[in-house]
Design a protein around this ligand. Structure first.
Ligand SMILES: C[S@@+](CC[C@H](N)C(=O)[O-])C[C@H]1O[C@@H](n2cnc3c(N)ncnc32)[C@H](O)[C@@H]1O
Length: 230
């Protein structure tokens, strides 16, 4: 696996960040507000998804989700949670924040999870056909994956590589937390995002650095963009 280590082990991460209570002030509500702007789409790939895709799925309206991560344990947590089809407290708050009040909203999001795939998404090379059976998607997201890159060049390479999965006119969205301790991690800056998006053929519609109350991660960058026609 290429890149810096994730801040906590699978079960601890799931309990710390995605447990019963929605924690306001960490940027989550801002990320959800960015995601609700994406129109309904058919195919969505969430890269470096961990066990958390269903939180972001609440804001989105995707029919088919392929969840990809290097860690099979995190994917197992995601699959088990999706199978139960019951939202935790954080999900109930997100449903309200996103105006997803229809009775089956969460169940439908759980059922949209069509596949989980173990893959390294930080090699800087295009992801293999095993992920999507050569079919492009209308939305590529990553939340906390590309922030694990070790240098600006690594970030540029991986940003371009992961968005090769995207169909023309497709949507790119995500967020990356800024670690207080940058050891082993790329320093995320506005010019770096603009450069990465330009290289990947993506027009950014939104790019924001949101302050966070988390002392370990004092800010989070969130973005939304659209792949240009070739
Ligand atoms: C900060 S966590 C973010 C998890 C989740 N997306 C979220 O919204 O909280 C980073 C995730 O990236 C995964 N990851 C780390 N390196 C990876 C790699 N090289 N390829 C694919 N996934 C990776 C980790 O297993 C972890 O699930």
């Amino acid at each position: 696996m290429t890149g810096a280590r994730t801040v906590a082990a699978p079960q601890e991460y799931w309990e710390r960040y995605y447990a019963e209570q929605f924690r306001f002030g960490l940027g989550t509500e801002d990320i959800l507000a960015a995601l609700v702007q994406v129109p309904p789409i058919h195919r969505w790939a969430d890269l470096g998804c961990g066990s958390e895709s269903l939180l972001w799925a609440i804001a989105l309206r995707a029919e088919r989700l392929v969840a990809v991560d290097a860690d099979s344990q995190r994917l197992a947590i995601l699959r088990e949670f999706a199978a139960v089809e019951r939202p935790r407290g954080i999900h109930r708050t997100a449903l309200t924040l996103c105006g997803r009040t229809e009775p089956d909203a969460f169940v439908n999001r759980c059922r949209s999870l069509k596949a989980t795939v173990v893959a390294d998404c930080l090699t800087g090379a295009p992801l293999g056909d095993s992920i999507l059976a050569a079919t492009k998607v209308e939305l590529v997201t990553q939340f906390g994956l590309l922030g694990l890159c070790s240098s600006e060049q690594h970030f540029l390479d991986c940003f371009a590589a992961v968005h090769q999965l995207l169909a023309s006119d497709g949507w790119a969205a995500g967020a990356n937390w800024v670690a207080r301790d940058l050891a082993e991690r790329v320093e995320l800056t506005e010019p770096l995002y603009w450069q990465a998006a330009a290289n990947a053929g993506i027009s950014l519609l939104l790019l924001r650095r949101i302050p966070s109350a988390d002392p370990e991660f004092p800010a989070v960058w969130t973005y939304l963009g659209r792949k240009r026609h070739p």
